[in-house]
Design a binder for this molecule. Structure first.
Ligand code: GLU
Length: 283
């Protein structure tokens, strides 16, 4: 018997949902429902500065208004920080993490001194300053209470992971290149976690078998496959869908004030109409 299909929608409550979110949520929901599978809702709220409880309420309200139902309880990442810490602990035990004390300004200065920095999907690659600290200096700075992030030692991680790494994207096997992220931050200075760590942890924990999300997150999958390989987590299949574009041809985003579902509802649009708008294009 084929395994049950498990999909999920995993918004960050940093604003109200717009049509692009509705597109993603509907895709995951329809796939699960068509296959008699499960559709999960996860709130990715590890950032206490950018995330707000009223936006969480807004997400639940908007999805219910659209007619989407989800299976099981809603998982809120902010309630599970010890689990992410435990995953970090395992990576640390493999010798794959190091503390990074650099501020943004330190990194910019170092990059300026080198003269160039390769760029990855999350911006300029970290020049490796703190990787080169002696164990003694590291311990001294930690003992002095200097705040630090935890970075993945990418070269060491790649040496440990089975090679080559690949993912299954819409039925096609694709080679993954996690090195493009460099020594990525897996625990921020202010939060003992990061998007990449939490999303990979939760997809594995919740038994997600198909990750559906917008194509701007496709490169992140390369890094997620590396974390899965290191931590022995099963790889889901992936479906990165095209971004839904506004009437001006630009991608919809919170930053550019894309019309929210709340706004469309207040204009008097029926949920069926909004589902139709959200379903057009992008798949
Ligand atoms: N929380 C992420 C976001 O809202 C999406 C995570 C994912 O689908 O992998 O952009």
């Amino acid at each position: 018997m084929a395994a049950t299909l498990v999909t999920r929608f995993a918004p960050s409550p940093t604003g109200r949902l717009h049509l692009g979110h509705a597109h993603s949520a509907l895709l995951a929901w329809r796939l699960a429902r068509a296959a008699g599978g499960r559709f999960l809702l996860r709130i990715e709220d590890i950032d206490p500065v950018r995330c707000r409880p009223d936006f969480v309420d807004g997400i639940l309200e908007d999805l219910a208004w659209l007619g989407l139902d989800w299976d099981g309880p809603v998982r809120r990442q902010s309630e599970h920080l010890p689990e992410y810490r435990a995953a970090l602990h395992r990576l640390d035990g493999m010798g794959l993490l190091y503390p990074c004390f650099c501020t943004r300004a330190d990194i910019a200065r170092e990059i300026a001194a080198i003269g160039h920095a390769p760029h990855g999907p999350d911006g300029a690659l970290y020049p490796g300053t703190c990787r080169r600290l002696s164990p003694r200096e590291r311990a001294g700075r930690v003992a002095a209470g200097q705040p630090y992030a935890l970075r993945l030692d990418m070269a060491a991680a790649l040496a440990r992971a089975p090679w080559p790494l690949s993912c299954l994207e819409q039925g096609q096997r694709r080679r993954c290149d996690p090195a493009q992220f460099g020594d990525v931050v897996l625990a921020r200075k202010d939060i003992p976690a990061s998007y990449h760590l939490c999303v990979t942890h939760d997809d594995a924990l919740q038994g997600v078998t198909l990750v559906t999300r917008a194509e701007d997150l496709a490169p992140a999958t390369d890094l997620h496959r590396l974390l899965q390989a290191l931590l022995g987590w099963k790889a889901p299949r992936y479906c990165h869908h095209a971004l839904l574009l506004g009437a001006d041809g630009k991608r919809l985003s919170k930053r550019d004030n894309a019309p929210t579902l709340q706004g469309l509802r207040e204009q008097g649009l029926a949920p069926e109409k909004v589902r139709e708008m959200a379903s057009a294009g992008g798949e």
